[in-house]
Every structure is written in C-alpha cells, then in structure tokens.
Design a protein around this ligand. Structure first.
Ligand code: NAI
Length: 286
C-alpha cells in the first residue's frame, strides 16, 4: 500500500518540485504532477521524447514514473475565475480542467485519494522591482500565485487527502530577513506562506490529522530562480558564508520532503524546516 503524492509546480527537471518527486518516488510513492498550463506542451513532449530519462534515474537504477501529468493554473480556483482573454488564449484553450477545483475533481475521478500534497510553485511578475516600487497589481499577483495558491490547493484537496497525510510547501528566508533583489512582494508572499503553514497545520490537524510543514530552501539555479536574475550571486554568497561550505543539491531538499511526508516525522507539523547548509543561522557574512 504505497502512498500517492500530488506535486504542484513541476515543468522541467531543474527545480525543487522535480527533486521532491524523485525522492518520493524512491521512497515508493506514486507520483502525480501539476504542470503550469503554458509549460505543459514542452514538458510533456520532453518527457515523451526521453529528454528527462537521465534525470529520471533513481538510486536503484530504475526510472521515476509519473503516473499522470495534470495541467494546472493555481491562480484560478474554478472556471468562473478565468478571464475571457485567458480562456481564449491559444495555450490555455488547448488544455482543459486546469483550475484548482477541476484538477482536484480529476484526481479524485482518476485515483480516489492522495496521501501527500506538495506545493512547489511561485510567481511574482514584479519580482525584480524593489518592494517600495511595486504596484498593487504586482503585489497581489505575487500573493495570489505564491501564497493563496497553496490555501486553495489544500482546501480543495483536503477532502481527498487520507487521514495521517502530509502537506508541504517551499519557502525562502526573504520572508524574515532582508534579501535585496527578492522584490515585487515575493518576500511578503513567503511571509504569508509561513504564517499560513502554522494556521493550516492547526486546521488540517484537528480536522483530519494531516500535517502541514514548509521547507525553507537555500538558493538553487532553477528556471524560476534564474528569471529573478540574482541567483548566481546568492549561490556564491551561500557557498562563502554558510556553516557548510558545499553546493546545495536539490536532492537534499527532496530527501527532507520525503522525510517530512513519512511516519518518521509523525509529530512534526506547523514547522519551517531550513534546508540551506545552515545559512539562516548566520548573523553576518564572513
Ligand atoms: P521551478 O521553476 O522549478 O518551479 C516553479 C514552478 O511554478 C514552475 O514549474 C512554474 O511553471 C510553476 N508555476 C508558476 N506559476 C504557476 C501557476 N500560476 N500555476 C501553476 N504553476 C505555476 O523553480 P523552483 O525554484 O524550484 O521553485 C519551486 C519553489 O521553491 C517555489 O515556491 C520557490 O519560491 C521555492 N524556492 C526556491 C528557491 C531557489 O533558489 N530556487 C529558494 C527557496 C525557495
């Protein structure tokens, strides 16, 4: 009786979502992923053409299987939320059932239930603008895509997450320390995500004994991070200043996710777990 995981925010083999999928697969979980609609075609065709076969390899030599890829846009809860220009957009019109409610309905129809929910997505259209120059629209978009998307996913999945299940998201230390360059309200979005982790842990814990945690990850050169523009600097900074002067591997975040989703972590909920070579513990750069 293996567990089933739904991982939202996988569109290539470079990010944390992919690494988490691999660690969960290695631990025996069945893997479902939610892929952002505009990235769906390229992700599915790359999968089909074997472009990810090398990075699908698990420790034991087998290849990670993805049981199903669901198109998803986590800023829309249901069809009524979707504006006309998005509905008719070529890339969106080609896929269907990609609002949060519809994805959960599809998963329920296809598989019945899940045990593990992972939120590994973020978006802030004005991330390169300082907070004090961010527009209301940009700020709210960052919160919608990066914070409320998690509440929405958990809210809709909750009825079909098996009791004893586990929910996880990814956060960043810019929520509580000043990281110049992480703008557009993204720092605010991560602060909200961490606070929501505590409140959701209470609500999901009392309702269904489901644990809710977030991993505060160190810098990784993912597609999303590269679009922010300062990722190489952050990786260098971490390497120089963290207690552990080594590269941070996405797999280390994946393995922490597998631990947090497992019975080994049965008393851990509402936690922000740092997987960053210890950088968060430093007070000054040295
Ligand atoms: P990534 O590019 O692999 O993942 C982000 C994913 O979000 C992409 O697949 C993108 O298609 C998807 N996405 C964006 N908007 C979406 C929407 N509206 N609906 C559905 N999917 C959407 O990049 P990464 O860096 O692995 O990001 C995963 C998580 O890790 C994010 O929450 C990020 O903030 C967090 N994180 C990343 C760090 C880094 O240095 N890369 C550090 C700490 C946290």
């Amino acid at each position: 009786k293996g567990k089933r995981a739904f991982i939202a925010g996988v569109a290539d083999d470079n990010g944390y979502g992919w690494a988490i999928a691999k660690s969960l697969a290695a631990a025996g979980a069945e893997i479902l992923v939610g892929t952002w609609v505009p990235a769906l075609n390229i992700f599915e065709s790359s999968l089909r053409r074997g472009k990810f076969d090398e990075s699908r390899k698990l420790q034991d030599g087998s290849l990670m299987e993805i049981a199903k890829v669901y198109p998803l846009d986590a800023v829309y809860d249901n069809l009524e939320d979707v504006p006309e220009d998005v509905k008719t957009n070529k890339r969106y019109a080609g896929a269907k059932n990609w609002t949060v409610q519809e994805v959960v309905e599809s998963v329920k129809k296809d598989f019945g239930s899940i045990d593990i929910l992972v939120h590994s997505l973020a978006n802030g259209p004005e991330v390169s603008k300082p907070l004090s120059e961010t527009s209301r629209k940009g700020y709210l978009a960052a919160i919608s895509a990066s914070s409320y998307s998690y509440i929405s996913l958990l809210k809709h999945f909750l009825p079909i997450i098996n009791p004893g299940g586990s929910s996880l998201s990814l956060t960043y230390i810019a929520s509580k320390r000043i990281i110049p360059g992480y703008g557009g309200g993204m720092s605010s979005a991560k602060a909200a995500l961490e606070s929501d982790t505590r409140v959701l842990a209470f609500e999901a814990g009392r309702k269904k004994r489901i644990r809710v945690n977030t991993i505060s990850a160190g810098p990784l050169g993912s597609r999303a991070a590269k679009s922010i523009g300062f990722i190489d600097k952050m990786i260098d900074y971490s390497f120089t200043n963290a207690p552990l002067q080594k590269e941070l591997h996405a797999e280390e975040v994946g393995n922490t996710a597998a631990f947090l989703a497992s019975p080994l972590a049965s008393a851990i909920t509402g936690a922000v777990v740092y997987v960053d070579n210890g950088l968060n513990a430093m007070g000054v750069g040295v």
